[in-house]
Design a protein around this ligand. Structure first.
Ligand SMILES: Cc1cc2nc3c(=O)[nH]c(=O)nc-3n(C[C@H](O)[C@H](O)[C@H](O)COP(=O)(O)OP(=O)(O)OC[C@H]3O[C@@H](n4cnc5c(N)ncnc54)[C@H](O)[C@@H]3O)c2cc1C
Length: 444
């Protein structure tokens, strides 16, 4: 039987494994961690006070209706989407006074009505926003030349107040890159496929379960039911290619016809570096630029809640605030996301938690008493999504070796990626790598 090794059990690796297992290929997933999910995974609470303390995520994530491949694969693995998500039409509320809510009307009416009715905008700001969205749509969301978001917003003559209320929270959430470094073209791609797409594509989908349970765990069950293997706690240190195919960590007893390397760039670099054919690629991946994300969890008394499951704060450390009581039945637990490097980067975890706590008290009226706190910093949360970033394809120069991950360009032959680092980008990359591996196996 044809066998494929998948290194890395994040969203890309698990998507590849489902796609291959569904095609009748025997899959073995090697995952260094104790749980599946990689950068979107379940973590235990620090200082668990009771055995019933339900787990957290390494970072609060958001899914949108445009994540078609992730949603397709989840359903393929038997996940009930209704049960997995709290789904609601697009609603961007940024305190103190901005609200863009798209009503449940067919596209493009949902966006037009949403923009016309947006709250907290002067007529000049509203006109500047509508003009920029309409002109971008008319230009099919393409720029002649990529540039930073700051340059593009200046070109579009967007007022500073509108940038603070709308463009800054949106860009940080979508690209996890400061506006002065972020790619305007990738931001436009995101707008095209969300606000500019079908109405359902802009829906906000807040997971009700942790991020390992959302897709990687059901994917593992799917793979195991198709005679595949999941090896947790196995960090692959070496890949070898020989006349029988590929072997992992010098184990010549077991050969694989192909390998999909679905680990982040800096880790892929050390696995690829021994192969002279891949020296340039390994060099590029070794110096890959990243951006961090911090999630501050604040546990209040169980009756504390937000007015809405998710809202933003303008001009604050706290960018997006989530009420896990609504989604995860973790009553009184508030998750605050701070994307990309910024002023907060110089603060210790305790200092940041205190500052966030004060903001939520002053701006949202939450109590100033917090029962417990936990701050999780992911230093390499996503790649820095900069203009014209050249990204590797899923295909490598070695027969039978493929790359997958949110950082790849996606379609073979293209060296610019469509998407920022997202779950959907990772899943699409995994599916694409699996399809290339299937073509390769068919030829062999
Ligand atoms: C805090 C945070 C918030 C985010 N928010 C969002 C969001 O709201 N929406 C969104 O769409 N995206 C979000 N993202 C981005 C999203 O999580 C990533 O784009 C996606 O999870 C990347 O998946 P991946 O499979 O490409 O890589 P990874 O998740 O990094 O998976 C790689 C896996 O490989 C394993 N591994 C590494 N080396 C080895 C080895 N040698 N042997 C075996 N295994 C190995 C790792 O343990 C890991 O499990 C966020 C990311 C973070 C960190």
């Amino acid at each position: 039987m044809r066998k494929v090794a998948i290194i890395g059990g994040g969203y890309a690796g698990m998507a590849a494994s489902v796609e291959l297992a569904a095609a009748g290929v025997s899959v073995t997933v090697f995952e260094a961690g104790k749980v599946l999910g990689g950068r979107a995974r379940r973590v235990d609470r620090a200082n668990r006070s009771t055995a019933n303390d339900s787990p957290l995520d390494n970072g609060q994530h958001l899914v949108i209706g445009a994540y078609s491949e992730l949603l397709r694969l989840m359903q393929h693995c038997g996940v009930d989407l209704e049960a997995a998500f709290l789904r609601q039409p697009m609603r961007l509320q940024v305190e103190p006074d901005f609200l863009l809510a798209c009503p449940a009307l067919p596209a493009p009416l949902h966006l037009a009505v949403g923009l016309i009715r947006a709250k907290g905008l002067s007529w000049a700001e509203r006109w500047a926003l509508i003009r920029t969205i309409e002109v971008s749509k008319w230009r099919r969301w393409r720029l002649r030349q990529d540039m930073t978001v700051v340059q593009w917003l200046a070109q579009q003559r967007q007022p500073a107040s509108l940038i603070a209320k709308f463009w800054s929270p949106l860009t940080l959430a979508a690209l996890n890159t400061p506006l002065e470094l972020a790619s305007a073209q990738v931001l436009l791609n995101v707008l095209r496929d969300s606000l500019g797409g079908r109405r359902a594509a802009s829906d906000l989908m807040l997971p009700k379960v942790d991020f390992s349970a959302l897709f990687p765990d059901p994917a593992a069950r799917f793979v195991q039911n198709k005679n595949g293997y999941i090896q947790l706690g196995h960090r692959v240190k070496r890949l070898d290619s020989n006349t029988h195919g590929w072997c992992v960590d010098g184990n010549e007893q077991e050969s694989f016809s192909a390998v999909i390397c679905a680990v982040p760039p800096h880790q892929a670099a050390s696995l690829l570096q021994p192969f002279p054919e891949l020296a340039a690629l390994a060099g590029q991946l070794a110096t890959w630029p990243y951006q961090p994300i911090v999630t501050v969890y604040l546990q209040y008394a169980a009756d504390v809640q937000l007015s809405t499951p998710m809202l933003g704060l303008a001009d604050a450390y706290s960018q997006w605030v989530f009420d896990r009581g609504v989604t995860h039945e973790q009553h009184g637990l508030i998750a605050v996301v701070i994307s990309a490097q910024g002023l907060h980067s110089g603060l210790s975890h305790d200092e940041l938690a205190l500052a966030v706590q004060a903001e939520l008290h002053q701006q949202l009226g939450l109590p100033d008493l917090v029962l417990r706190q936990q701050v999780i910093t992911e230093k390499r949360a996503t790649f820095a999504c900069t203009p014209d970033l050249v990204r590797p394809s899923n295909q490598t120069a070695m027969a039978g070796l493929f790359l997958a991950g949110d950082f790849t360009a996606g379609l073979a032959g293209k060296d610019r990626g469509e998407y920022p680092a997202t779950l959907e980008g990772a899943v699409r990359s995994g599916v694409n790598a699996a399809r290339l591996a299937l073509k390769y196996l068919a030829k062999e």
